[in-house]
Design a protein around this ligand. Structure first.
Ligand SMILES: [Mg+2]
Length: 346
């Protein structure tokens, strides 16, 4: 068997500038990986590097030749465990780069078996949570408009970025525009442990479901303080990067928020799901700002999740790739009807 590999960078403009407590971005640079077998069948994956975790499109492009050498040496797209393991030994960090290759291989392996990826994994497509749609930071007037648009588009679950000096005003405005919506909040490490406990009280009064990463990842004791006193469940995102973090956060939060681009591959993501379950944690899958070249794969993990935040492609002005239909946040896996992850060019 032999495999051909290639990659290219794509610069994806966002529909709206995306602001969180750490900063603003207007475009997302993703790197697309394609792996083709001798019969001409191609698997597609994407890397959405995050500077917060030390990656950029440049670092992805710098390590991909070494990672794709591993793929070509092994030469078998079904040797998923071997290739993910060898990639991790080749490039210990750079999880988004490794993830793009993992996704492309899974897409190709499933296409070769003629099955959608979730069927290759034996998962029930009807057991998926609804994905949230994220409302980034903005002027309160703009936040009202974005919320009204999201409600009109049919999103029933909204994830609200907080971590400002007007968090209460933002939640009040969103609640007025979306009285029925399920609301979650993400402070992206901007609060102190004490603020988290205080904020949890009024957030609970507004019917908020849970609080994501209230305190800095560098403050595990602060996370524990917040978890033990908060009125609301706590999800760990920046504190939950790789498999080794799961036992570390087990007594400091309720929900592990995994991301493919943090953990470096689909098999590793599945290991994290099972490890989190073993520790009694609920599981959420989040994302970066990503094309469907990678989001499509994340959706196939849907049946293993309690919560999903897979709106990466929905935040783009346009996506060169189609994936699983996520209109209104429902993951329509059963309707996919395509082998692989369902990724395709429009
Ligand atoms: Mg987050």
């Amino acid at each position: 068997m032999s495999l051909d590999t290639e990659f290219e960078r794509v610069s994806l403009p966002l529909a709206n500038a995306f602001t969180i407590s750490r900063g603003t971005q207007e475009t997302a640079d993703n790197v697309i990986v394609k792996i083709t077998d001798e019969g001409g069948m191609t698997g597609i994956g994407g890397a959405a590097p995050s500077a917060h975790y030390g990656e950029t499109a440049d670092t992805v492009e710098a390590v991909l030749p070494d990672l794709l050498d591993v793929v070509e040496e092994v030469g078998d797209p079904h040797a998923l465990t071997t290739i993910e393991e060898r990639m991790r030994h080749t490039v210990a960090r750079n999880p988004a780069a490794r993830c793009a290759v993992s996704i492309a291989l899974h897409d190709l392996a499933a296409k070769r078996t003629g099955l959608p990826l979730y069927r290759m994994w034996g998962l029930d497509p009807d057991e998926t949570p609804t994905s949230s749609f994220t409302i980034g930071l903005d002027t309160t007037e703009k936040i009202r408009e974005k919320t009204a648009d999201a409600v009109d588009a049919g999103y029933s679950t909204l994830k609200v970025k907080l971590g400002t000096d007007r968090d209460r005003e933002i939640i009040g405005a969103i609640r007025e525009e979306a009285p029925e919506a399920t609301l979650r909040v993400d402070a992206n490490e901007a609060w102190t442990p004490r603020e988290t406990v205080d904020n949890s009280r009024w957030l609970a009064e507004h019917g908020v479901e849970f609080i994501e990463q209230p305190v800095p990842a560098e403050d595990p004791e602060g996370l524990k303080f917040a978890y033990e006193r908060s009125e609301l469940p706590i999800a760990a995102d920046e504190s939950c990067v790789t498999l080794a973090d799961i036992p570390e956060i087990a007594d400091r939060c309720d929900i592990a928020n995994l991301k493919l681009m943090k953990c470096g591959g689909l098999l590793e993501a599945k290991r994290m799901v099972h490890a989190a379950r073993a520790e009694g944690l609920e599981v959420m899958l989040g994302c970066m700002i990503e094309s469907n070249a990678s989001i499509a794969a994340g959706v196939h993990l849907g049946p293993l999740l309690d919560y999903a935040d897979l709106d990466g492609s929905l935040l783009l002005e346009s996506d060169p790739y189609d994936g699983v239909d996520l209109t209104d946040g429902e993951m329509r896996l059963a309707e996919l009807g395509l082998p692989g992850t369902g990724v395709r060019t429009e």
